[in-house]
Design a protein around this ligand. Sequence first.
Ligand SMILES: Cc1ncc(COP(=O)(O)O)c(C=O)c1O
Length: 375
Amino acid sequence: MEFSTRIIHEDNIEDGSGAVMSPIILSTTFERGEDGISYPGGYFYSRYDNPNRHALENKLAKMENGAACVSFASGLAAATNVFQSLKSGDHIIIPDDTYFSIRSILDQMFGAFGISYTLVDMTDHAGVENAIQPNTVLIWMETPSNPSLKITDIEAIVRIAKKHNCFTVADNTWATPFYTKPTDLGVDITLHSTTKYLGGHSDILGGALIFKETNERYERIRAFQKLGGAVPSPYDCWLLCRSLTTFVARMPIHSNNAMQLASYLETHPKIERVLYPGLPSHPQHSVAAKQMQNGYGGMLSILVKGDRAAALQLAGELKLFTHATSLGGVESLIEHRKSIEGDASPTADNLLRISVGIEDIKDLIADFAQALEKI
Ligand SMILES: Cc1ncc(COP(=O)(O)O)c(C=O)c1O
């Protein structure tokens, strides 16, 4: 069966009532069997596992062609659990333009435990290899990156990692399995902030790790999930499973809209530059064309001609694009990244990040046209 059919029909919960849609099992505890020892339903306490979480994890593992999925209460809880699986003295390679909170986690939480990192431009393969130290254990990827939309050649980085016995993580939040499947390209762990496109409606916070193999690291992270307890609620799991059923319907609209908006903005005299991997002008367009299927995703960034004030003014003049953080919902959002990332961030002052929603593209372009006239 094809991907879209399986997401709808497999891994649903049947409670004997004949309900067509899965129920939500809110119970935190489950009854023991007659022997006083066993748990005939397969569950005993919801921090350990819950039917809705189980269904979600099975669906996400299938979507990414992985062997198993471990879900979390947020994307950053998922990232934190990967770092918790390391040991003191380990070193990591991180993209120089990684989502800024990944660096914050390492600086504020893991530095004290002796875990160090080096920031590297992931498009410079020799630079990645040169940054590997005897204690390097992990190479982290994020493609397209947030917010500069750099594309990492996943297969090339996996080759380097394997040569040096490192494991790999790819944050696939922006590409989603609709456009890229890191597992198929050799990545050990695929990370998602399910808050974004998988949730799709800006109303669920969640995260997930999908494992290529159920190896020792998987077992450790699974144990940390159950013991640490940063787990998603049954309701969030249920809502996310619901969102996954429309995933393949939503994604092409995001991408077609983003491509058209990027093409429009690229020719506009008040826009200095558009960063979108689908544009031939994008520096890694050929890597994106090789690695991404079905399109190039719904995210783009623009550099507005002028300074921070011009960028903020443009964001303020838009009527359909809400000036707010986050991405991946059906509604279009725009954000001035530097003001959320802080002054130390390398993000340009005139950069606006756009999450292109699934509204009619004519309305989205008309909104930009009226806003650009005013600045
Ligand atoms: C690429 C990427 N990874 C991870 C995260 C963190 O996810 P969450 O906010 O669900 O913790 C984000 C959030 O914006 C993101 O854009």
